[in-house]
Design a protein around this ligand. Structure first.
Ligand SMILES: [Mn+2]
Length: 371
């Protein structure tokens, strides 16, 4: 854990110091923002406006592809702008949420050091410490939790209902419904705004209609899955939406007997991957960093992590070849390099197939008939 400020009130005062007398704040999330990033940005904007009368704009790069996340933006009316359309000179304060400078997953130009950084990912980046205000809590399940604490500490009792709904979805989606990488602080934070959540709206966000091609993506992902004893690797090849890589990892790690999943794919030319494990102290974040050593950026938490290899500066590699390198490094890290590869689906079909008639025991009825 790292933060400047010794207690919650001091932190709020320090945050206030940074924005005092400023006209407009730009809140930047990581590329292709997920529910936690969106909720944290939404809540920060709300806090700045309500408490200190400072306006803010939320921006990110990339696209929001996952149906749930699109529904979240639509139902909660989150005004998300494209970072490329923003003139950074118009803002006197820049905040980064759910990411850090140098993390490799946001598009804030390298020359700009953000004034505010609020995040929960490992590792704490060197450039984060250059910000006027930073609050990185690596033991928290979500950045939404940190923002919920700010709202509480600012004395906001009746949290805006859309903000409360966003925050609950943010915490839930980063912690797999408060069950993974969760801390007591995450649960406390949810209790604080729980009675303000619009549950019917939340249900619509969590269960949106999905496009038909989503089903073909699922089919492709599952049929390509490889099983190395208790480890699954998925090479999705080219993907239309980045989020599908993480989503498939989340789905596959639920397979019985599977302890680790690496899901990887190519999105707009670059290679991305997600790691998931059932092991509470799996050090997924460290494995992700090991995988991208000298190649790209990676990080996360004990049970979930991810990374990216930008291909622009690697003319001698194809995305396909790079994915193979990552898979090999991953299998080495989890000590499954020597294990025989099986097709996950073949395995599960075998497990699910009815026993052959000659092996099946005769039922009592059949015995009677046979005798
Ligand atoms: Mn997060």
């Amino acid at each position: 854990m790292a933060q400047n400020g010794t207690n919650n009130q001091t932190r709020l005062d320090r945050l206030h110091e940074v924005i005092r007398g400023k006209r407009k704040v730009l809140i930047v999330t990581h590329n292709h923002p997920d529910p936690d990033a969106l909720a944290a940005a939404f809540a920060l904007k709300y806090l700045l406006q309500l408490k200190w009368k400072v306006g803010a704009i939320i921006a990110s790069s990339g696209v929001v592809g996952r149906a749930e996340n699109r529904a979240m933006i639509r139902h909660l009316k989150i005004d998300l702008r494209a970072l490329s359309e923003i003139n950074l000179n118009n803002f006197s304060v820049i905040a980064l949420v759910d990411t850090q400078p140098g993390a490799g997953n946001n598009s804030l130009p390298r020359s700009i050091i953000p004034d505010i950084v609020i995040d929960h990912h490992v590792p704490i980046r060197a450039r984060t410490r250059l910000a006027k205000y930073y609050d990185i809590r690596t033991d928290y399940g979500s950045t939404s939790t940190i923002l919920a604490e700010y709202l509480r500490d600012a004395g906001i009792v009746e949290v805006d209902r859309k903000v409360a709904t966003a925050l609950l979805y943010g915490v839930r989606s980063d912690t797999r419904d408060l069950g993974r990488g969760v801390s007591a602080k995450d649960i406390d934070a949810c209790m604080y705004f729980y009675n303000r959540v619009l549950f019917r709206l939340l249900s619509q966000i969590e269960h949106p209609d999905v496009p038909r091609d989503y089903l073909s993506m699922l089919e492709k992902a599952i049929s390509n899955a490889r099983l190395y004893k208790d480890v699954v690797t998925l090479n999705l090849g080219h993907v239309e939406h980045l989020e599908i890589i993480a989503e498939m990892a989340d789905l596959m790690v639920r397979t019985e007997g599977v302890k680790w999943v690496l899901s990887a794919g190519e999105f707009v030319g670059d290679v991305y991957f997600s790691l998931r494990t059932k092991k509470r102290r799996g050090s997924a974040d460290r494995i992700a960093q090991k995988m991208v050593a000298d190649l790209g950026t990676g990080g996360g938490h004990e049970m979930l992590a991810g990374g990216k290899v930008a291909m622009g500066d690697k003319p001698h590699h194809t995305p396909e070849g790079m994915t193979e390198i990552l898979v090999a490094r991953f299998l080495k890290a989890v000590k499954r390099r020597e294990s025989k590869a099986e097709n996950l689906l073949a395995y599960s079909q075998e497990a699910a197939a009815p026993r052959k008639p000659e092996q099946a025991e005769l039922s009592l009825e059949e015995r009677k008939l046979g005798s």
